[in-house]
Design a protein around this ligand. Sequence first.
Ligand SMILES: C[S@@+](CC[C@H](N)C(=O)[O-])C[C@H]1O[C@@H](n2cnc3c(N)ncnc32)[C@H](O)[C@@H]1O
Length: 262
Amino acid sequence: MSPALYDSFIADYYDESPIVRQRTQDVAFYRDAVRECGDPVLELGCGTGRVTMALAQMGKRVTGLDLSERMLEHAARKRAALNKEERERFHLVQGDMTKFDLGEKFQLIIIPFRPFQHLLEVRDQVACLERVRKHLRPGGRLILDVFQTDAERMHDPIHMREAPLVEYRSHDGKHVRISERVAAFHRAEQRNDVEMIYTVEHPNGRKERLVFAWPLRYFFRYEVEHLLARCGFRVAAEYGDFDRTPIRDNSPEMIFVAEPGW
Ligand SMILES: C[S@@+](CC[C@H](N)C(=O)[O-])C[C@H]1O[C@@H](n2cnc3c(N)ncnc32)[C@H](O)[C@@H]1O
């Protein structure tokens, strides 16, 4: 992934997007995971700190790592609003989840809301999982989530047409409409080129169209299981949603809880 991807306008629109705001069940799930597994916690691809902040507010020791400086700037602003003790337990690091070396081991490593799907190549996925293993304490766990792939939907040309998703008014009075389309399908690479289109009307009437375009890697259940096994992990649990139901045909998510030791 190009480091510039999330260093675009998207960083400033991320937290206010209803798509992100409506995502609360995963935060509750990761909070429970920390209660069960303990800290310190490392979040890979922490973005604006949506999940990391919730964990820091529980009084846990948390490190968030992300490639994007601009996403991290938002996380740093939120960190600054924490009380002194919480701040001291909360670290932000700019880095690549396929290459990091933090010189510290963690009880729990999480990859929430699909940063793993930005790793297009198997060598990057393996490199990330190897880094995770190196950074886990004995008895530590990895939890990552990706969406469950509906193969038919992933290849349906109807999605090449721009389709409205949501609209909202921002805190500073912008009217924002978000739509989405698939620009290209790459079946052999299990990747779609996706565009999220933001049509923005500013309070002074100025209009602009902003496009967040990115290649999205999709996974299948047993592929992830094999990847984990290849990197020395045992799957301790897997869920089809954040309510911990099993993976079924219509499950929206694939959540893997893994621990070293195959
Ligand atoms: C959809 S956002 C998820 C952010 C956050 N985890 C959340 O739940 O809101 C994906 C994040 O992954 C980050 N990312 C993508 N590739 C990365 C990489 N190789 N190393 C570190 N971060 C990466 C992006 O910069 C972005 O902030």
